[in-house]
Design a protein around this ligand. Structure first.
Ligand code: NI
Ligand code: MG
Length: 591
């Protein structure tokens, strides 16, 4: 047996350590460890709930708007606030554009480098690459000159010596199987996606004021300026506010038109570039539809409310698929969510660490109980992670795009099912093969298309509501704490790009008395529970073949297929700690 440690896993958000045992060239056991503690939840205690979102969204910079939105929703739930229709559209646009942005960035800048050898693109024939591009996409911008220019740009960059992410010097790409032309195709789009990213972030900043971390959330709605007939007269003693005239305000006619243009570009990129490239990778690696299956339990809280009722219809529905049974969707009740810390560096006190605590009863009491540094292995430790282990009725659950697309498609959302089956079949896969490493990649791309399709509808909805004279963007009837009950509690069950996100807040005497977050990556990268059951990512690694233990790219393919964000999952940083500075892949006989 060989034991491997990869720490940190690069190209993910935050600090993640993966250890695996290899037996006969395949993973026989695995451990996923979040290696930092931050304690965001204790920080929120005692604060004004109206400002909680400003701190909560600092849980992560990659999941830029996820925790801010979850936090305002949880507080609104506690205080009984219903936001106006315009605010719902604004939130859907902010989160929807974040989904599309994150999924494209994940594929081109984090994941695809596990599947191609970027250096081989330098020997690609641009004309043959253009022919390949035209065979997979109807896009116009696929001529020989464009690919020659991309190859030259890549070569010039590599010649500077700053080619870190592209060279095969770390946990490598020894098993990359794609042709030089496929590598050039994907790398041309990798470069293009950097510019594309800037465009869609422009939409985020128009609506949100800045990115990451939009500044427009407000308990009650959105603090976005609405169009007016002209500036109000200055009052005595008041100073004029300087407004940057180069950027239109989001809700002006110009702002809405600019967003529509950006959305059309984003949609075209997803349909004509991202999805064909995902298909190309999937076709090159058919066996990866049988690797990385994982736990087979999928959870979606659902996202994108489409109406203003208490239980709105959701674009991505709420539900569970259990045990890989794609015949039915089970309901989700948040009372069945709990976290255990049996194998985490926390304590519930009094020998209760193995019990599942509902988030409203949650505790965040850190108690490090791992080996003294320098740590050679965590595999032998009973406790090995700063992540808690969330479970749904004691079951580990995979969350994220695959979970959402499976729940939507099994629930009979025709458009989702058709798109999923279309991309799967173009990739040479049946629907059953989606529970896999490739399936996560495919589901993420399909979801980007499903969400991108809705963005313009939300812009039109905003335009129509504003045009009708309804300019309300916030309901401030509960802004004054004098209107609050002495005690209240609320929650938000929603989705970020990486999966299901729950925030639970309790308010007493106008202050936060308790706050708990159960993030997407806490579900996916969870350690074992009291029964010894592995988390979804750990389970997905079992059976993964590894050709070269010095270059375990196969492990990273499955890890990154989850798009993990351990920064979100532990909500922490250790100002006095010594973070790992280099990537360590340690291989040795036994542990
Ligand atoms: Ni994150
Ligand atoms: Mg938590």
């Amino acid at each position: 047996m060989t034991h491997l440690t990869i720490d940190p896993v690069t190209r993910v958000g935050g600090h993640l350590r993966i250890e695996v045992d290899l037996t006969d060239g395949a993973v026989s056991d695995s451990w996923s460890s979040g290696t930092m503690f931050r304690g965001m939840e204790p920080i929120l205690r005692g604060r004004d709930p109206r400002g909680a979102w400003l701190l909560a969204q600092r849980i992560c910079g990659a999941c830029a708007g996820v925790h801010g939105l979850a936090s305002v929703r949880a507080v609104e739930d506690a205080l009984g606030v219903t936001i106006p229709r315009n605010a719902r559209s604004i939130r859907n646009l902010l989160m929807g554009s974040e989904f599309v942005l994150d999924h494209v960035v994940h594929f081109y800048h984090q994941h695809v480098l596990d599947w191609i050898d970027p250096m081989s693109a330098l020997s690609a024939d641009p004309a043959a690459t253009a022919t390949l591009a035209r065979s997979t996409s109807t896009r116009g911008r696929s001529d020989t000159a464009a690919f020659r220019a991309a190859r030259d740009r890549l070569a010039a960059f590599i010649a500077t010596g700053g080619s870190g992410p592209f060279v095969d010097d770390g946990p490598g790409r020894s098993t990359a199987r794609t042709s030089p032309e496929t590598a050039l195709l994907v790398m041309a789009h990798h470069l293009e996606a950097l510019d594309w990213q800037r465009r869609i972030i422009q939409m985020q900043t128009l609506l949100g004021g800045k990115s990451p971390h939009p500044q427009v959330h407000l308990v009650g709605g959105a603090a976005v300026p609405v169009p007016w007939g002209g500036p109000p007269p200055l009052q005595p003693g008041e100073h004029p506010v300087q407004i940057d005239q180069r950027a239109p305000s989001a809700l002006s006619s110009e702002g809405l038109s600019l967003m529509s243009t950006i959305v059309a570009e984003a949609k075209a990129f997803v349909e004509q570039v991202y999805i064909p490239d995902v298909v190309a990778i999937a076709r090159a690696y058919p066996e990866w539809a049988r690797i990385g299956r994982g736990i087979g339990n999928y959870l979606s809280y659902g996202e994108f409310p489409l109406d203003d009722s208490d239980a709105p219809r959701l674009l991505l529905p709420r539900g569970r698929v259990m045990g890989g049974d794609l015949a039915r969707v089970e309901s989700v009740d948040q009372v069945d969510v709990g976290e255990t810390v049996a194998h985490s560096w926390y304590t519930y006190g009094g020998g209760a660490d193995g019990t599942l605590r509902h988030p409203t009863m949650g505790m965040t009491e850190p108690r490090y109980a791992g080996p003294e540094p320098p740590i050679t292995t965590l595999a032998g430790s009973e406790r090995y992670s700063w992540l808690k282990a969330p479970r749904y009725r004691e079951e580990p659950m995979e969350v994220g795009p695959l979970a959402r697309m499976l729940v939507a498609s099994v629930e009979g959302r025709g458009d989702v099912r058709e798109r999923l089956e279309d991309v799967a079949s173009r990739s040479g896969l049946g629907a059953a093969a989606l529970s896999s490493t490739l399936g996560r990649m495919i589901a993420r791309a399909v979801e980007a298309a499903v969400v991108a399709d809705q963005l313009d509808g939300w812009i039109r909805e905003l335009r129509a509501t504003l045009a009708s004279g309804d300019l309300a963007v916030a309901d401030l009837s509960r802004w004054d704490p004098g209107t609050w009950p002495a005690a209240a509690s609320g929650r938000s069950l929603g989705e970020g790009p990486r999966g299901a996100v729950g925030h639970w807040v309790s308010i007493a005497d106008r202050r936060i008395s308790d706050y708990q977050v159960v993030d997407a990556t806490t579900w996916n990268a969870s350690p074992r529970d009291a029964a010894g059951r592995r988390g979804p990512l750990e389970e997905a690694l079992i059976g993964t073949p590894v050709a070269d233990p010095e270059r375990p790219v196969e492990v990273l393919r499955t890890v990154r297929s989850f798009d993990p964000c351990p920064a979100c999952a532990v909500h922490a940083f250790d100002p006095g700690g010594d973070g790992p500075l280099g990537i360590r892949v340690r291989a040795g006989a036994g542990r």
